[in-house]
Design a protein around this ligand. Sequence first.
Ligand code: ADP
Ligand code: MG
Length: 210
Amino acid sequence: MEEKIDAKEVIEEIISAIEKNKSWLSEIDGAIGDGDHGVNMAKGFGMMKDKIGESSGSLSEVLNMAGMTLLSNIGGAMGPIYGTFFMRMGKAVRGKDIIEGNDILNMLEGALEGVKKRGGAEAGDKTLVDALEPAKKAYEDALKDGKAVRDAIDQMIDGAKTGMENTKELVAKKGRSSRLGERSRGTIDAGAASCHIILKALFEPLKKYL
Ligand code: ADP
Ligand code: MG
């Protein structure tokens, strides 16, 4: 189906997913951080509601707008990191009204590279990289196996979920919770949790265009 993507609908999906999970995200951040992750994210995404109307409506423009809004409105560690995540995704689909399997891979690769560069975290450091990297890998593997793009998206979301769950056993090496050392083990990472929520809300609605 080569229908033009309704990018605003996609962003609205993310805004509502973050809103729905706001308390839970703050609760898990509270276990090994300062308990503000859900509030921070909901504030940043809430600001997008007003900005959606200002953008041209292409997927690239809307993702870029999302990134810039997060960059300037989320406090703490997440503003620059999720800002980069969305801006890099927007850059990967610049000028495209229709997207294909490879464009999604470019979005995931761009976001992963940007986040790692910006925050300096690697896989295993107990951050959102631990959801994003397995998500990208699962998607790439599915495409290599010749799976349909829709199935590759499902596999990617499962990869993010497993990655998020696996952060429970990790010791935090970056950000606030790294101060706890060994005591940061035993809870899933809040940023990995929000990353799974975002990937699901962003890519599930895109399946109908593929
Ligand atoms: P803060 O830590 O400033 O209170 P948040 O609570 O909103 O900010 O976000 C915490 C999340 O930020 C962590 O769960 C972790 O996933 C992520 N994070 C922290 N530092 C980094 C980093 N350097 N690179 C990537 N992600 C990071
Ligand atoms: Mg926090």
